[in-house]
Design a protein around this ligand. Sequence first.
Ligand SMILES: CC(C)(COP(=O)(O)OP(=O)(O)OC[C@H]1O[C@@H](n2cnc3c(N)ncnc32)[C@H](O)[C@@H]1OP(=O)(O)O)[C@@H](O)C(=O)NCCC(=O)NCCS
Length: 195
Amino acid sequence: MIDIRPMQARDRGAVLELADRLTVGVASWRAPELVLRAVRSWVSGDIDKVGEELMIYVAAEGADVVGFVAVTEDTHWTGERDAYIGELVIRPDLERQGVGRQLVRAAELWASARGLRRIRLSTGAANTAALSLYGALGYQCEDVTLSSGVADLRDRADPDDPDRSTGDRNHDKGAPAEAVTPTSRVPGSPGHRRP
Ligand SMILES: CC(C)(COP(=O)(O)OP(=O)(O)OC[C@H]1O[C@@H](n2cnc3c(N)ncnc32)[C@H](O)[C@@H]1OP(=O)(O)O)[C@@H](O)C(=O)NCCC(=O)NCCS
């Protein structure tokens, strides 16, 4: 039996332990050690901010925390106030049992209780499980983030020559060049931070 409830101080360690799962779906060209450090810092930072402006709900099975979601308010670039799902994690052995769905619903209820009209999040384009979950819940793709490697041309004689070759644009991590297909990414947006 899974219980969804607000996080309590005693849940801190268990929530932090789940943070590493947030590396799932991050672009392969991002440095793993930086990704890990970032995701851990998001979660510890959010735990420290829990209160009126930020809420963490945990999924508990008895005394065990098996998942959590962090939700806060965030200003969209239009100036609208949205709810924002910062992190959502389910323990791997309990995936596909509807826990993620329940936690997202808890975040939506929090948003609704605050009079917010929209909830958004950002996730990695390679995060198929998260994209499927949010797609199943009716979330729509609103923005897309694109990136490319930049060739190191600093030793070229004329850096302002527009005709020079740009080389392999994904040279940094050997990632394949991918076509830009904005509509292929279902939910997610270029929020300010999340994978
Ligand atoms: C993404 C994640 C939160 C999903 O949690 P979950 O508890 O497994 O999701 P649910 O069981 O509630 O799934 C609900 C629906 O989402 C879709 N879905 C979830 N995971 C899926 C997967 N791996 N493949 C395909 N569809 C999936 C399905 O439609 C599913 O319904 P169904 O099982 O009846 O087919 C979980 O996989 C996770 O913790 N991943 C690692 C961390 C992460 O990526 N977090 C999201 C960052 S924004």
